[in-house]
Design a protein around this ligand. Structure first.
Ligand code: HEM
Length: 551
């Protein structure tokens, strides 16, 4: 508390640090979360949720309005400075070494070794230099083609399975996850999977071993997609089984980790085979030296870093963002029509056949779906909290005309939800879903006033067609030196997905006639009660949707 007072900021106390193992374990019990959220008085619920990673989103900007855009929480472990000030976020993100990642949090991301996500300093610079080369425009064009292909196949599959009268009625969660995984396999590893599983693979050569067959090859327990799916659902137990148990312990003694060992081994074998294939497939000449997928790009850089960990996280975040957008568009039919008009305009003069849609010509014109994505991630940021720590050489932060010095070893928590709902940065309609606020042609948008301010470029907003918020006020992809490397990957995938679906269908809630109002209320509740489970903000309730063909 003495150290908190010395910072000169407003401060408060809490009995546990946000990453305290006991506290995290306690908060993983539904009954404890129920007590916190339904039994405590509202003000105390906010105080507690502000220190629970999974429920941080629920607090929105209420604590910031009480305590200011920068405040400190003193715990027995450390000080944690919560930041919801755009200018301060910008200073931290552009600092070279003053505010590194707290690497102890990223232990589970090192399962297959050091990588760009979970390193710092010189090692990170080396990983970043080589990884960045793998996310070139060739890879992004593959993302586009594969998303169009996968979404078309998914729609065909839906038509066969879920048609009821003239509409399709379904809960799309699992299929969206499958689609994002398939796109990742194609654009990340150069392995093209069909949306529906094919028959048994006939031999074990590299070319057939990745096929999405009903049964895995001899010597494997999982097919490639099955192992990726398993990884997503069981990351913690896989991490425990493969890193925390002593290596001398016979696996037979821990039969409940059988699948976790097998998944780890199988993915390792698939990765090695894919590296071998990427080595064979790298075009010797003609194509860009960067290769057509991330893996080729990495192998080409002759410095293979394993980004499987971030792949896992990114598939969850991409899948969740798409699901949020579908529910938001079902709630706002007028916005859906606005986006449909935008898609039709983009298609005007371009081929009507989806297979012929060209990335370079179509993507820049699909402004409305991009605005929908930016707005969805503003209101439902996939990673509502980003953590940093203060190094010995951390420079003072300039805040409200003064300098704030945080002691070394303090945690810094970017309060993304608070930033994204702040009326100072977004205008009086900050809590409204309004994708057109991003569209540069919309001169009435609150964001239009930022046009003449210099330096407002941020990660993921490098488009001449959209308005730019104040730097540091919009950070779903983080910003500065450690900004997300896959932001364009995620954006192109999202835009292609929406363009394919909404050029052909209108989305609404699947409900009985006369139940529309209840369905709307249920969807709004599901959106507001989203929690940050399994690394990404997501709805805990599945909302069934109906897709009606446009005539
Ligand atoms: C909607 C989708 C996505 C969101 C919201 C997102 C968000 C983020 C955020 C917030 C960070 C910073 C994390 C931190 O500093 O603690 C990050 C880093 C990163 N992301 Fe993403 N991401 C997305 C998709 C992707 C995809 C598709 C890929 C790759 C296929 C990817 C690759 C990476 C990498 C490699 C980093 C580490 C960069 C570094 O530390 O230098 N992301 N992402």
């Amino acid at each position: 508390m003495r150290r908190a007072t010395a910072t000169g900021l407003r401060w408060t106390v809490f009995p546990y640090a946000e990453l305290n193992t006991f506290w995290l374990t306690l908060c993983s019990f539904d009954s404890v979360l129920h007590i916190i959220n339904f039994w405590l008085p509202a003000w105390l619920t906010d105080v507690v949720n502000d220190n629970v990673m999974t429920h941080h989103f629920w607090v929105k900007d209420r604590r910031t309005r009480q305590l200011g855009k920068l405040y400190v929480v003193a715990t027995p472990d450390n000080l944690c400075c919560h930041v919801a000030d755009a200018a301060v976020i910008s200073q931290i993100c552009s600092s070279r070494s003053g505010f590194p990642k707290p690497l102890e949090v990223y232990g589970s991301m090192m399962l297959y070794g050091p990588n760009v996500v979970a390193t710092e300093g010189k090692e990170w610079t080396r990983h970043r230099r080589h990884t960045i080369a793998a996310f070139g425009e060739n890879t992004i064009a593959t993302v586009w083609q594969e998303t169009v292909r996968q979404t078309t196949q998914m729609l065909d599959h839906w038509c066969k399975k879920y048609t009821m009268g003239t509409t399709l009625q379904l809960s799309p969660k699992d299929d969206i996850l499958k689609l994002t995984l398939n796109v990742l396999c194609a654009a990340g590893f150069g392995v093209q999977l069909p949306f529906q599983a094919t028959s048994k693979a006939d031999d074990s050569s590299i070319s057939t071993m990745f096929r999405d067959t009903a049964h895995p090859l001899p010597g494997f327990q999982f097919t490639l997609r099955a192992v990726m799916e398993y990884m997503m659902g069981h990351w913690n137990s896989i991490f425990m089984a493969n890193t925390m148990l002593p290596t001398w312990m016979p696996r037979a003694l821990v039969p409940f980790f059988k699948d976790d060992f097998a998944a780890y081994d199988d993915l390792g074998k698939y990765m090695n085979a894919m590296i071998a294939q990427a080595n064979q497939d790298i075009p010797k000449e003609g194509l860009s030296a960067r290769g057509q997928n991330v893996l080729q790009g990495l192998v080409r850089a002759q410095n293979l870093v394993d980004d499987e960990d971030e792949s896992k996280k990114s598939s969850l975040t991409r899948g969740a963002t798409i699901r949020f957008a579908l529910v938001l568009l079902a709630l706002h039919q007028d916005i859906q029509e606005w986006m449909y008009e935008g898609i039709c305009n983009a298609m005007d003069g371009n081929p009507t056949s989806l297979n012929e849609w060209d990335y370079a010509t179509m993507y820049p014109q699909l402004v409305a779906p991009l605005c929908v994505m930016l707005e969805t991630m503003r209101m439902y940021p996939p990673a509502p909290v980003i953590l940093r720590t203060t190094a010995q050489d951390a420079e003072p932060l300039q805040h409200e005309g003064g300098a704030v010095m945080l002691p070394p070893g303090s945690h810094v928590c970017f309060n993304i939800t608070s930033l994204h709902y702040n009326t100072e940065y977004w205008g009086p309609d900050a809590s409204k879903f309004e994708p057109s606020r991003w569209d540069r042609r919309n001169r009435d948008s609150f964001l239009a006033q930022n046009e003449d301010r210099p330096g407002n470029v941020a990660a993921g907003l490098e488009y001449p067609t959209i308005h730019r918020p104040i730097r540091g006020s919009y950070i779903p992809f983080s910003d500065g030196l450690r900004a997300c490397l896959g932001k364009k990957f995620a954006q192109v995938e999202f835009v292609a997905f929406l363009a394919v679906i909404f050029s052909r269908y209108r989305v609404d809630f699947a409900c009985a006639p006369g139940q529309k109002k209840e369905a709307h209320e249920k969807a709004k509740k599901a959106l507001e009660e989203s929690i940050c489970a399994a690394l990404a903000l997501d709805m805990t309730v599945e909302i069934p949707l109906s897709f009606t063909p446009r005539t």
